[in-house]
Design a protein around this ligand. Structure first.
Ligand code: GN1
Ligand code: MG
Length: 360
């Protein structure tokens, strides 16, 4: 590990990397400074089986962090080093290091004195809504094609359904036969869930730069409980604002867990929905009327997309998401499916909340 670190432009003395258990995709380590007051670092091995274009991904991160840093500087903000991630380059100026075995590593400066949350309260949800709204706003003047799709078609519903169809055709793990009900449930909603892609083709819905993984735990909070920095930028890319809004609601406005084995725990937390939306609308001033109107649809869309993605992985024999037990992806699928059903039930309430917030 020390050998890996030696390729990066780290000026101070640091200790052994300590593994961190976060995320399903990359392997993460914390690298502490030996002396108090000096910089510590966050080392990651990028999963290049999932992120096949590491070069493009790291360029995206650089474009986004440089852009946000410039915005913060222009606004006269202080403490900027804690408000935006900083990539530590290698000695030869690259944004990542590739080992002779073909592994990809990168280093960020560690943002000190922060914590992340797995569960939000209405108070922290409102602040988080502001933080993601601000993040999108800071990037709204970047042309959406300034970034590449680090995972092509990442939040493209039509593509995700195509992947499922391919998986079902191959039935590699022999799991299809027992899943007829889930397949029928997905089929019933196919057309409705591809609306955003259709609207885009018709020129009615634009793409913006999105975060594309707006989970609560991708926001760092400072000692006062204020969101200070948005992290996990691997998936910043062009997409619909509905994606970022919906993915937050999928993970935070759910009274159950993403993989809750007890489906009765799963309900939409409308207090969180309202609080986040209030914060988000305050900052996301660039939204069109159509985008605002589609926000509740965005919640369903992202939960449905995640249902399809977990289910596809289950059918493929668990090749994408790390699992903790053999049927984990099926349990995840059922929990996300239930969440879609719960969101369908409260869609009128969600629309009313948005209507009320917009007319204030
Ligand atoms: C993955 O690894 P993590 O938790 O940041 C996935 C997201 C999914 C999420 C489901 C690159 O994110 O898209 O929503 O799992 N990231 C990728 O929990 O596929
Ligand atoms: Mg992530």
């Amino acid at each position: 590990m020390k050998e890996i670190l030696s390729h990066f432009a780290i000026q101070n003395e640091v200790g052994e990397p300590q593994p961190l258990k976060i995320g399903f995709i990359n392997d993460s380590f914390i690298v502490r400074a030996k002396k108090a007051g000096e910089k510590s670092y966050f080392l990651q091995r990028i999963n290049h089986h999932i992120f096949t274009n590491v070069e493009g991904l790291m360029r995206n991160i650089q474009v986004v962090t440089d852009h946000i840093r410039a915005k913060l500087t222009a606004a006269g903000e202080t403490d900027i080093a804690r408000k935006v991630l900083e990539v530590v380059p290698t000695h030869d100026g690259k944004l990542y290091y590739r080992t002779p075995e073909g592994d990809y590593w990168r280093v960020y400066v560690l943002i000190e004195g922060t914590s992340s949350q797995e569960k939000v309260t209405p108070e922290s949800a409102e602040l988080t809504g502001q933080a993601f709204g601000r993040f999108q706003c800071q990037l709204a003047d970047l042309p959406f094609d300034a970034l590449c799709e680090s995972i092509p078609n990442f939040h493209n519903m039509e593509y995700r359904l195509w992947q499922l169809d391919e998986a079902l055709k191959a039935d590699a793990a022999g799991r299809k036969a027992a899943c007829a009900e889930i397949i029928a449930w997905i089929d019933e909603r196919r057309e409705a869930m591809c609306l955003a892609e259709r609207l885009f083709r018709e020129g009615k819905l634009q793409k913006h730069i999105n975060h594309c993984d707006t989970k609560v735990n991708n926001v760092l909070f400072d000692e006062q409980g204020r969101p200070i920095c948005i992290v996990d930028l691997d998936t910043v890319m062009p997409g619909f604002v509905l994606s970022d809004f919906g993915d937050f609601m999928r993970t935070a406005a759910n009274s159950g867990l993403e993989d809750d084995p007890n489906l009765d725990n799963i309900h939409v937390d409308l207090a969180i929905f309202e609080a986040y939306t209030r914060g988000y609308l305050k900052e996301a001033t660039f939204l069109t009327d159509l985008e605002k109107e589609l926000l509740p649809y965005g919640c369903r869309l992202l939960s449905y997309m995640q249902t399809v993605r977990f289910f596809t992985d289950y059918i493929n024999g668990d090749t994408y998401y790390k699992i903790q037990y053999p049927e984990h992806n099926l349990v995840r699928t059922k929990a996300q499916l239930r969440l879609v059903e719960e969101q369908e039930k409260v869609e009128p309430q969600m629309k009313q909340i948005i209507h009320d917030l917009c007319s204030k």
